[in-house]
Design a binder for this molecule. Structure first.
Ligand code: NAP
Length: 481
């Protein structure tokens, strides 16, 4: 039986381990850099952190949770859910915590991956499955003077709970999915909040609801009822994704919805103009929040749209020279999304470095396999992110595909499979051609490399990804006996 090493214990790593275990391929070890599992749901502890995909859809299909407290769950509940599923499958004993992977190299002669860790311990396995996500390493902006600030500064993904924000002057830089969740939470307690916005996001209402006890009972007794809600949101996102494939009537209706919400919630025309996006809807992630604009209309909040030029020892200076004094700066500036596998050094056939192969942008066959890197399969790899939809749905498809590859190795007694470069190249050309027509190509965002290449998103519907990855085609691979 081939052995497998999985890097990371977020939804991707845990889902992958369960898939292999259920198929009887239980020789699995999971390496986790932190002391706990959970990926982004462990790391992001900012006030109000939660998921904007409804929980019945943002959960494993094989482990429905009838007891979600809310439709849009908060991180504590999602983290607890992942922990409970891990325990149900007795996976905790297979996780080596506090074990950060620094590099991995393919040993062609022996048909194994040799993995180095920061602890000094090395691991070997036939199959390597990096499951480290796209949204795990914070991006700090290159604003001059950042290190001179004498107040308190931190990134939203590394929230510092030690400091009290009560009555303080707080500067928030960034207006993405993270900022719109924590700004309404901290606004009532801070003295003054200055929000530095580089581009206005599209914000639409969040139809959240607390599930009642009778609904919990119903979901437990008749699981199909919860399945219906899951199917509804699946279908809604598939419909929305048709819009994201190009600028069309669906994206324009998102625009109308966002416009109506701004008219309803922001009475001041100057503030409303500031908060009006100047790019097509869907190009950056559309955000769901009903409490964001009301927080911005409070007297202790100001929205600054002049570009941030400099951080000074006492605050933030914007273009034009205005200085905004601050006691605390919170960087809600997102993640280093296009640096897949981050600081790890991964060496494939003939010692070729993955960083060199990906110097023109990360790419992989179905986001999973890279030519020249035998027996390495990525979870949530390049071009598998979604504009709308549950990433857990995609992860389950990837886990099934990878499990088939491992089964193929086991069944044929082969030492390795390596995706054919012509197959991977053809796939990449198709993906990039289709993304070139998508709404994501119309503005700058975390979906894109500095060169403009979109290396994060899947260009189609999740049902297409499901269909195309359902059965692994061995002829796509070079098999080494
Ligand atoms: P983000 O969407 O990348 O937002 C970063 C923000 O920082 C943007 O407003 C960006 O402006 C701004 N920014 C970056 N550099 C700047 C600079 N030098 N000066 C001024 N502003 C700057 O990051 P995020 O909010 O952390 O969210 C990232 C992703 O994580 C989300 O899109 C989502 O997929 C995921 N997430 C999901 C949830 C959820 O509910 N499921 C919640 C949080 C996060 P520009 O727009 O102009 O670049």
């Amino acid at each position: 039986m081939p052995s497998a090493l999985i890097i990371g214990t977020g939804f991707a790593g845990i889902g992958m381990a369960i898939e292999l275990q259920r198929a009887g391929l239980g020789d699995v070890t999971l390496l986790e850099k932190a002391a706990d599992l959970g990926g982004v749901w462990r790391e992001n502890t900012y006030p109000g952190a939660g998921c904007d995909i409804p929980s019945p859809y943002y959960s494993f299909s094989f482990a429905p949770n009838p007891l979600w407290p809310m439709r849009f769950s908060l991180r504590e509940d999602i983290h607890a859910y992942l922990g409970a599923v891990t325990d149900r499958y007795r996976l905790r004993e297979k996780i080596h915590f506090n074990t950060e992977v620094t590099g991995a190299a393919w040993d062609e002669g022996r048909g194994v991956w040799r993995v180095e860790t920061a602890t000094g311990r090395t691991y070997e396995a036939n199959v390597l499955i990096p499951a480290v996500g796209q949204l795990s390493r914070p991006a700090w902006p290159a604003i001059p003077g950042r290190e001179t600030f004498t107040g308190h500064a931190f990134h939203s993904a590394e929230w510092d709970h030690s400091g009290d924000l009560t009555g303080r002057r707080v500067a928030v830089i960034g207006t993405g999915a993270s900022a719109i969740q924590f700004v309404p939470r901290i606004q009532p307690e801070v003295g003054q909040l200055t929000l530095f916005q580089r581009s206005a996001p599209y914000v639409v209402p969040k139809a959240d609801t607390a599930y009642r006890p009778w609904q919990h009972t119903l979901y437990r007794r008749i699981p199909q009822t919860q399945l219906l809600e899951r199917a509804f949101f699946w279908a809604l996102c598939e419909f929305a994704t048709v819009g994201l494939k190009s600028d069309n009537a669906i994206t324009r209706s998102v625009d109308l919805l966002a416009r109506a919400m701004r008219r309803r919630q922001i009475k001041d025309p100057v503030l409303r103009a500031k908060l009006t996006p100047d790019y097509p809807a869907g190009c950056k992630r559309v955000l769901f929040a009903s409490n964001y604009y009301p927080a911005l209309t409070q007297p202790n909040v100001s929205v600054e749209t002049n570009p941030v030029k400099e951080i000074t020892p006492t605050g933030v200076r914007t273009a034009g020279g205005a200085h905004h004094a601050a006691d605390v700066i919170i960087y809600a500036t997102g993640f280093r999304t296009t640096e897949f596998l981050g600081p790890m050094k991964v060496l494939g056939l003939a010692g070729r470095d993955l960083r060199d192969i990906w110097s023109g942008g990360a790419r992989a066959y179905y986001g999973i396999a890279v030519p020249g890197f035998p027996n390495m399969f990525l979870m949530y790899g390049p071009n598998t992110n979604l504009g709308c939809g549950s990433i857990i749905y995609m992860l389950e498809r990837q886990a099934r595909y990878i499990r088939q590859a491992v089964q193929h190795l086991a069944a044929t007694g082969s030492s390795s499979v390596d995706v054919r470069s012509e197959v991977a190249d053809r796939f990449d050309e198709e993906v990039q051609r289709r993304l070139g027509h998508s709404v994501w190509s119309l503005c700058r965002s975390w979906y894109r490399e500095p060169t403009g290449r979109i290396s994060t998103n899947w260009p189609g519907l999740v049902s297409e990804y499901h269909r195309r990855t359902r059965t692994l085609d061995p002829s796509d691979y070079r098999v080494t006996p």
